[in-house]
Structures are given as structure tokens and as C-alpha cells.
Design a protein around this ligand. Structure first.
Ligand code: ADP
Ligand code: MG
Length: 139
């Protein structure tokens, strides 16, 4: 089934000029980038986005990281896009990520792991709506 998922190219990747390299992996995997913009996330945006992790010991560090440099927020479209992008990203900890995945190729650590991808279709809808209006998505 054709789905949309939400992606973030995180600060560690934008700082290293890896936006295009990450996008090449996304597109080679058959996912279409149907919306994309580079933004500086505010503290409030990052705290809201990662609200589910607010009780975790790494929450403060995560918000600092996500706000320290620009990110690229994206909407990706394709067959089974939610699960497919999670595969393409690789495991949260790059040390555990499979060969050829974005995190294996480019990520530095479990915290600075280059990309975000929605973990369910419901969360994809919620996350897309936090950063994009309908008219910004051109499928
Ligand atoms: P994923 O991004 O793979 O869905 P999680 O939802 O578990 O992973 O965590 C959200 C983000 O929080 C991770 O992508 C990573 O940036 C950060 N994070 C997760 N676990 C840790 C950790 N143990 N230490 C530091 N940061 C972490
Ligand atoms: Mg997650």
C-alpha cells in the first residue's frame, strides 16, 4: 500500500554536508521525497516532537542535539513507506545497524544517528502535521 512517512535528516548529518548523500540512499530505496525543507528546530518544537521520550535520561541531550544546527524535514512516499524507511535507516544504534543502511553508513552514535523516521502510520500523520501543511506536500 502506498504510504507517507516523516523523516528528519538530523544535525550531525547536515553539519557534515550529508543531505544529498542521505537523499541518494532514500531515493535508491524507492522512496519519493514529496516534501522537504531545511529548518532550525526551536527548543519548543524539539521538546514537542520527542515528548514521548521526555522521562528518558537522554531527553535533555536529545533536545540540545536536535536544536544545535539545521535539520531537513521531509515527507517520503512509497509502498509500505513507514516500514521501508525504518529498514533503510537501520537500527537506532549505528553499531547494530545493517550494512548499507543510512545509520551504518553515516551515523556517529546512538544519540547522533543521522535520521529520524516515523515508527507507525498514525505517528507519521501526527509528525507530518507538526511540520507541513497539506499544500506543501506534492505527491
Ligand atoms: P529511533 O529514532 O530509532 O526510533 P528511539 O525512538 O528509541 O529511536 O529514540 C529516539 C532518538 O533518541 C534516537 O534516534 C536517538 O537520537 C535518541 N536516543 C535513543 N536512545 C538513546 C540513548 N541511549 N542515548 C542517547 N540518545 C538516544
Ligand atoms: Mg522512535
Amino acid at each position: 500500500m502506498t504510504e507517507r512517512t516523516f523523516s528528519i535528516i538530523k544535525p550531525d548529518a547536515t553539519e557534515k554536508n550529508l543531505t544529498g548523500a542521505v537523499n541518494a540512499v532514500i531515493e535508491a530505496a524507492g522512496l519519493r521525497i514529496v516534501a522537504q525543507k531545511r529548518i532550525k528546530m526551536s527548543r519548543a518544537q524539539a521538546e514537542k516532537f520527542y515528548e514521548v521520550h521526555s522521562a528518558r535520561p537522554f531527553f535533555g541531550e536529545l533536545v540540545e542535539f536536535m536544536t544545535r544546527a539545521p535539520v531537513v524535514v521531509q515527507v517520503l512516499e512509497g509502498d509500505n513507506a513507514v516500514a521501508r524507511y525504518r529498514e533503510v535507516m537501520g537500527a537506532t544504534n549505528p553499531a547494530d545497524a545493517a550494512e548499507g543502511t543510512i545509520r551504518k553508513l553515516y551515523a556517529d552514535s546512538v544519540g547522533e544517528n543521522s535520521v529520524h523516521g516515523s515508527d507507525s502510520l498514525d505517528n507519521a500523520r501526527i509528525e507530518i502535521a507538526q511540520f507541513f501543511t497539506d499544500d506543501e506536500i506534492v505527491g
